[in-house]
Ligand binder design. Sequence first.
Ligand SMILES: NC(=O)c1ccc[n+]([C@@H]2O[C@H](COP(=O)([O-])OP(=O)(O)OC[C@H]3O[C@@H](n4cnc5c(N)ncnc54)[C@H](O)[C@@H]3O)[C@@H](O)[C@H]2O)c1
Length: 433
Amino acid sequence: MRMVVLGLGYLGATHAACMAELGHEVLGIEVDPEKREQLAAGVVPFYEPGLPELLRKHIDSGRLTVSGSYRDAAEFADVFFIAVGTPQKKGEYGADLQYVDAAIDELIPLLTRDGLILGKSTVPVGTAQRLSDRAAELAKDVDVEIAWNPEFLREGYAVKDTLQPDRLVLGRFAGGRAESVSRDIYSSIIDSGTPFIITDPPTAELVKTSANAFLATKISFINAIAEVCDAAGADVKAIADAIGYDSRIGRKFLNAGIGFGGGCLPKDIRAFMARAGELGAAEALTFLREVDNVNMRRRTRMVELAREVCGGTLLGKRVAILGAAFKPESDDVRDSPALNVAGQIQLQGASVSVYDPKAMDNSRKLFPTLDYSSSALEACDQADAMLLLTEWQEFLSLDPAELGKRVRHKNLVDGRMCLNPTVWESAGWNYRV
Ligand SMILES: NC(=O)c1ccc[n+]([C@@H]2O[C@H](COP(=O)([O-])OP(=O)(O)OC[C@H]3O[C@@H](n4cnc5c(N)ncnc54)[C@H](O)[C@@H]3O)[C@@H](O)[C@H]2O)c1
């Protein structure tokens, strides 16, 4: 089938390449000329394991092409995926839908045949209905159907999550062709037994925001327990292990530490609260404010721990930050807890050296005033404290003896609780979480 993907960021580029892998002919539309040029040349402008091979394969095969022209899009196909960003509005909790609106406003007047628009971006409940009304105003002698097909991929596993998702969700209005077209698009995935959940659009929109709200809540739950553990002298990791064996609870997303960040969870829970408020249901989600508060307190706590191990002040101290991406296997630094902590420590007078295996370029763009090192060892040179803030595999195999020779003081704050305290303590390190 022929289809267009509007917006080629983390979600859209992955979706476009994966749709080509499923056998479809795909045109990707991207407004950023630099990204577009790279993608058209078969180069992924961000780090995502497995995606470069897939993109190259389908650019070479001709099944995936890239353009910046909405006219090309309108001519190429009559199925369009929306994969543009929906960031947090500046100074407000709500989602900024200007990119989604721009895509609709630009595409629909150009359509000369009936079209189906499948939204993948994460949007507030009610968006598909609003866009449907807008589409009816903009369409010239054609029918445009809008449905929502939210995306659940995780950065770092994006290709696998797109080709072998846990489930597919489609929210469609009655009487349209969204369901039958989606069944065709995803036929091989559905045939392999993946649940395909068909709902109305508001339900599909809420499936996505509810999933993210639940994940954020689970992380903040264990971090709240970590706060009590600090006060009571108890071991939060043992608690997570013990309660995680209960299949009703599960161990995943119960790692206490620096908390969540990235381009999705923080902005999605805030947009969810804002939308509930608009709908008169604010009270239902007041707990998410506390989820957000607990999460942000973790960052402050990391800074306090760093100050404490440095003897009560960060002025004039050297601090090594290992990890800058919001999670391992990604170079995404949007709302990265690690960089946020690095910035706060620098503001308190320390010189901060950051190292990340993949996110150095993005970090430099966002925090140009931090120092950056080309390896973990270099970042730790003469450090008074080392903070591990992203659990990259590379950091799990660090040698405490070798690092011990580089630092000035053997202070380690394990912001992800991912190192073995016994190993580090027996090498003379002051291990703190
Ligand atoms: N990144 C993830 O892991 C993930 C997972 C699930 C859902 N989502 C959701 O997917 C959406 C996109 O997220 P992302 O991380 O890919 O963002 P992103 O910022 O990486 O990508 C968005 C892309 O859209 C482009 N764009 C903006 N306006 C455009 C327009 N009018 N036409 C064409 N292209 C345009 C931008 O230049 C950018 O390349 C968001 O709603 C996000 O919440 C993201």
